[in-house]
Design a protein around this ligand. Structure first.
Ligand SMILES: [Zn+2]
Length: 217
């Protein structure tokens, strides 16, 4: 359906309500936002700092409520249109904080990437307008592990730098959508830290204490 009235073209990306209403215009936080005031208010920031391998990793939102629903819709239902909602509110502050950094996104597996049809982390961080170096890849390795007294073969995900990848010079920001146990971030840090003297991490969501046992797909 083609809507011709430009005023009615902008709708909240989540609930579909028309934007540019009086409430949206009067609200400083939502002015120009792709979410309406009500939806944006549901997106509650509660920043935490983690320190895997001695590297500072900032995390913005607890993985719960509407933010979690949006991420699932975006990632699992491949609703790519939602990509700007996650960092929109924080973009100016983050652009200032990470000026001069290059982003290295934490990769999905080749299969997940193909299945989804877009690199969800790269798109989420697009609003920061920083150079992106997609140089890590996720591979599966099997290892022998002792399980219940028996030696058994087990699958393990590992990250590595792609062959012939160009490592960005200068400051590096490792970027991910959700941090759960921190294992993946640690693996990325171990690959990158010898290549740059200045590495930081930024994750949009984190599993709060209560949710640490929730399995992340
Ligand atoms: Zn809305």
């Amino acid at each position: 359906m083609h809507i011709r009235d430009p005023q009615s073209q902008r709708r909240c990306l989540w609930c579909g309500k028309q934007l540019n209403r009086q409430e949206d215009i009067l609200s400083r936080i939502s002015y120009g936002d792709c979410l309406c005031v009500e939806c944006r208010n549901e997106f509650k920031e509660k920043p935490v700092r983690m320190n895997p391998e001695g590297i500072r990793v900032d995390c913005l939102y607890p993985y719960e409520g509407m933010g979690r629903e949006m991420l699932l819709q975006y990632k699992e239902l491949k609703d790519e249109a939602l990509y700007p909602v996650f960092l929109w509110e924080k973009r100016k502050e983050l652009q200032k904080r990470y000026r001069g950094y290059s982003i290295i996104p934490i990769p999905s597996s080749e299969k997940a990437l193909k299945d989804r049809g877009f690199h969800h982390v790269i798109r989420m961080f697009e609003v920061l307008d920083l150079p992106v170096y997609d140089i890590l890849e996720k591979t599966e390795e099997t290892e022998m592990k002792k399980l219940g007294g028996e030696i058994r073969r087990q699958k393990r995900n590992i990250l590595r730098i792609k062959e012939d990848a160009k490592i960005p010079a200068g400051k590096i920001l490792l970027a991910d959508d959700v941090i759960t146990t921190g294992t993946t971030m640690k693996s990325a840090i171990s690959q990158i830290r010898s290549k740059s003297s200045h590495v930081k991490g930024l994750c949009i969501f984190y599993h709060s204490q209560k949710r640490q046992s929730v399995k992340q797909s």
